[in-house]
Ligand binder design. Sequence first.
Ligand code: CP
Length: 306
Amino acid sequence: MGLSSRHLLGLDGAPKADIELILNTAVSFKEILNRPIKKVPTLQGKTIVNLFFENSTRTRISFELAERRLSADVVNFSASGSSVSKGETLKDTARNIEAMKIDMVVIRHNSAGTPHFLTRVVQSAVLNAGDGCHEHPTQALLDMYTLNEKFGRLDGLRVCIVGDITHSRVARSNIYGLKTMGATVSVCGPATLIPKEIEKLGVEVYHRIDDVLPNVDALNVLRVQMERQSGGLFPSLREYHRFFGVTKERLDKVDHPITIMHPGPINRDVELSADVADGPHSVILEQVLNGVAVRMSVLYLLGTVN
Ligand code: CP
């Protein structure tokens, strides 16, 4: 039994069986990552191109490591330094790269829907590594893997996503994935950063972080996207930290430990205080390691059928 689609574009509508298959398969790959020799021949002979039109540290390195650990041949592409700067379209760039016999394409782009567009112009399998404010499916899968590893279940788990929900592809993919897996999902942030109809996705909305803390097992704290804050969506970073910052002082008032996640990159002492980011309940670096295992799982499941 494989995945229901030959691409991974998002988790909106993704069957529960697909998510379970990816997460269960990732367990074996995590075990490989803990071996002295972290490489298997699974995708030997396959060629994967990583098309990154937007900056990335974690996702880009994680995909490349996952591909190399599966023994695939890897080609990295950045928009800067390519013929995109001479006016070449995405369609022409992708079709020219594919003419060189590529099997899979991993794409990050600042426009929502770009991976979907790519599936119409190339034959290769397409994996979405983050498209604008739309979806970031492998981030949500690694977040769910990390929660499942920590709690042994997703069903019934209470997870709150904190921060700029409106602009967050991580939030959207997490909401879709977690709801499908039976978790209770809430969001918390300033009213200006929460989409008006978010409740229709089956999430509860909070505007005071202190109200949500007693009712959650885990917080997924989002980065304040400085590059999108020119529109005055909140008064200042200092004020954001005061009202929504996850601090030790706040967490100490709750009678149970709360697992802290963050997709990175962190703005220390803005959305999360440094002692919480580095504290005993933070799983932020586990998320990063699990990202490699989860991406190996997705690449394996798509790469062996494409
Ligand atoms: N979590 C995440 O997508 O990080 P990068 O932007 O560094 O890839």
